[in-house]
Design a protein around this ligand. Structure first.
Ligand SMILES: Cc1cc2nc3c(=O)[nH]c(=O)nc-3n(C[C@H](O)[C@H](O)[C@H](O)COP(=O)(O)OP(=O)(O)OC[C@H]3O[C@@H](n4cnc5c(N)ncnc54)[C@H](O)[C@@H]3O)c2cc1C
Length: 375
């Protein structure tokens, strides 16, 4: 018979998987429960861009820390995870965006992140398929790409090798006060419960706010060497910041398979997962404006997913406000693949009473959030 688990993790997306690996590596007895299969949530729909972001100091801290953790892990990642240190090219279409390139460059350089400003010709040399002329770009060579479902599979496999158990197809109905109640009536006891249920986390932990933010992606057939970097328009930042309007931005990723992943869109209030033809058309039109040759490629699949978004765009990592016996690890919006490994470190430090590598306060679920209302 299995010993009772010390930690039960609800959710086998990339965040739950990273927590399972980290806690099992610390010698804790871990059980992961998912109502579906691993990666059936946002993780299976994501792009897998591992990217340092600078929307706030707290966002920078967790993305940078996590990127370093991915780099530390990269030698262990199997080929299926498709780790690709391709870097990011943030392209500027006008002088206003070029000012943003320079601001971002200074910000990164002051914090030890390697970055390089490219002029119009250098952008063309770096990515010949971009339309000309573009004003310039910021190249961030340390950013990378992974294939999220296989990255999650890898983390779960490592956790399993360290003794963790993973069960799927079992919805959790309620958590709290040291118990996990499954929908079939089974009750499990655990010293620590981690709510890593992504956008469904508020259904299990009252008092937290996470809203789904719909996104569309398109993947093409194989066109090796079409693209060298993850290329993102600087207008993406305006799109990612908008908390109300539907938005699209040019964001393309080279996959190791030779496929091109084309994004991205953001919609609040869109609850159903069907492809929205009008937003898809806007998204592709935007991509063709920046990279006209994309229009001649063959697309093989279109899908949607929901980013788990919080009001202040930072994840929730720490004790649930209504039940401190539950630790929340959810609400990573469009950065959960990037920040999964750092989230696991912060959760682990809180369980073990250790000092984390970065301060946890900005991510505590009990924090005051600015009232940028969700719609
Ligand atoms: C279109 C798109 C593009 C993205 N691109 C990127 C990117 O390039 N880089 C990046 O860093 N991030 C990206 N993201 C964001 C990233 O996908 C998410 O932040 C991340 O996957 C969240 O992981 P998670 O484990 O918290 O949630 P999920 O992956 O949603 O996992 C939650 C799990 O909990 C399970 N669950 C829920 N409720 C219950 C219950 N009651 N009982 C049992 N199990 C339950 C679900 O089945 C699910 O498997 C993107 C997201 C989208 C939608």
């Amino acid at each position: 018979m299995n010993k009772p688990s010390e930690v039960v993790i609800v959710g086998a997306g990339i965040v739950g998987a990273a927590c399972a690996f980290e806690l099992a590596a610390e010698g804790l007895r871990v059980l992961v429960i998912d109502e579906g299969f691993p990666s059936t949530g946002a993780t299976g729909a994501a792009m897998g861009h591992i990217v340092v972001m600078d929307d706030s100091e707290a966002q920078f801290a967790i993305t940078r820390y996590s990127q370093i953790l991915w780099d530390d892990l990269c030698d262990q990642l199997p080929a299926a995870v498709e780790f690709d240190p391709c870097g990011t090219l943030w392209v500027a279409a006008d002088e206003e965006e070029m000012a943003e390139v320079r601001r971002k460059f200074d910000y990164y350089r002051e914090r030890g992140v390697n970055a390089e400003i490219l002029d119009s010709q250098q952008v063309r040399d770096a990515e010949p398929r971009l339309r000309a002329p573009l004003t310039g770009a910021l190249r961030v060579p340390g950013d990378s790409v992974v294939y999220p479902p296989c990255a999650t599979g890898f983390l779960l496999q490592k956790a399993r090798e360290l003794g963790a158990r993973i069960i799927h197809g079992r919805p959790v109905a309620a958590i709290g006060a040291g118990t996990v109640r499954l929908a079939d009536g089974t009750v499990l006891a655990a010293a620590f419960i981690i709510n890593a249920a992504g956008q469904s986390a508020p259904q299990l932990s009252r008092g937290i706010s996470i809203k789904p933010r719909k996104g569309h992606l398109v993947i093409t057939d194989r066109y090796p060497n079409f693209l060298r970097h993850q290329v993102v328009e600087l207008g993406y930042l305006k799109s990612a910041h908008s908390l109300t309007a539907d938005s699209v931005a040019f964001n393309v990723q080279p996959r190791k398979t030779g496929q091109i992943l084309i994004g991205s869109s953001r919609q609040y209030g869109a609850q159903n997962s069907t492809v929205d033809e009008s937003i898809l058309a806007r998204m592709l039109q935007r991509a063709f404006e920046y990279m006209p040759d994309l229009n001649s490629l063959s697309a093989i699949r279109v899908w949607t997913g929901f980013r788990p978004a919080t009001p202040d765009k930072l994840p929730l990592i720490g004790p649930s406000p209504e039940d401190p016996s539950v630790l929340v690890a959810a609400g990573h919006e469009g950065l959960g693949i990037t920040t999964s490994l750092a989230t696991a470190k912060l959760i682990c430090a809180q369980i073990l009473g250790q000092r984390p590598a970065i301060p946890v306060q900005p991510y505590l679920p009990s924090r005051q959030m600015t009232a940028e209302a969700h719609v």
